[in-house]
Design a protein around this ligand. Sequence first.
Ligand SMILES: Nc1ncnc2c1ncn2[C@@H]1O[C@H](COP(=O)(O)OP(=O)(O)OP(=O)(O)O)[C@@H](O)[C@H]1O
Ligand SMILES: [Mg+2]
Length: 230
Amino acid sequence: MLLNIVDVSKTYRSSVAGGIGIKILDGLSMELESGATVAVTAPSGTGKSTLLNLVGGIDRPDSGSIIFKGKDIAKFTDDELAAYRNRHVGFVFQEHHLLPQCTAIENVLLPTLPAVSGGSESGVLDRAMFLLERVGLADRTAHFPGQLSGGERQRVALARGLINSPALLLADEPTGSLDRANAEKLADLMMEINSSTGTAIIIATHSEALASKASRHLLLADGNLRGCRA
Ligand SMILES: Nc1ncnc2c1ncn2[C@@H]1O[C@H](COP(=O)(O)OP(=O)(O)OP(=O)(O)O)[C@@H](O)[C@H]1O
Ligand SMILES: [Mg+2]
């Protein structure tokens, strides 16, 4: 099992509302095998990004565990957590989060910087180039995000999410800002990459069309997941 989410709860406390807590995730559990794809759909504000942030080690659950390859990520040392976030998990954020002052290829290379400065990684430039080719942007490597279309920026973000060959890709509404045709292309590309590399993918999305491409489709409601298509 690649990922085991066990009984995870998360409450956000609002300081303005006198500390009243809103329980977003309530004893949520889910398993994901290596190479699997799962789509999580839910209305806005239901907790999809919250769930992905917990799985990605960006935030911590109040209770429950997230077990990655048999290890509870809450028990990782700082170094292990950094390696997990940087190498084992790739993120495609809801907003693409590209650095505006860096070109497409520089953005793709960003997650490799710690390894490069440690002198342990070679060939990352070739891989960045390969991934940009893979997402159809071989002729846009020197473009800045401001010179790219929305769909192209999302494709750069996908290439960046894959640069360290993660075992798990977390894609938060990756097609949200795209028109239907480009959304379809990006979704197909993600599924192709899943079949060719075996990178497991969790996709959070509003889009039923995108969700239908994943091998499993779960609905997030009332803080928990239920099967829509197992
Ligand atoms: N840091 C935070 N502090 C307080 N409340 C938060 C925080 N982050 C998220 N929330 C609240 O938690 C709920 C779930 O947010 P989340 O971003 O996970 O939703 P979502 O399902 O991803 O929505 P969307 O589809 O709009 O992206 C929302 O009501 C949001 O306001
Ligand atoms: Mg969200």
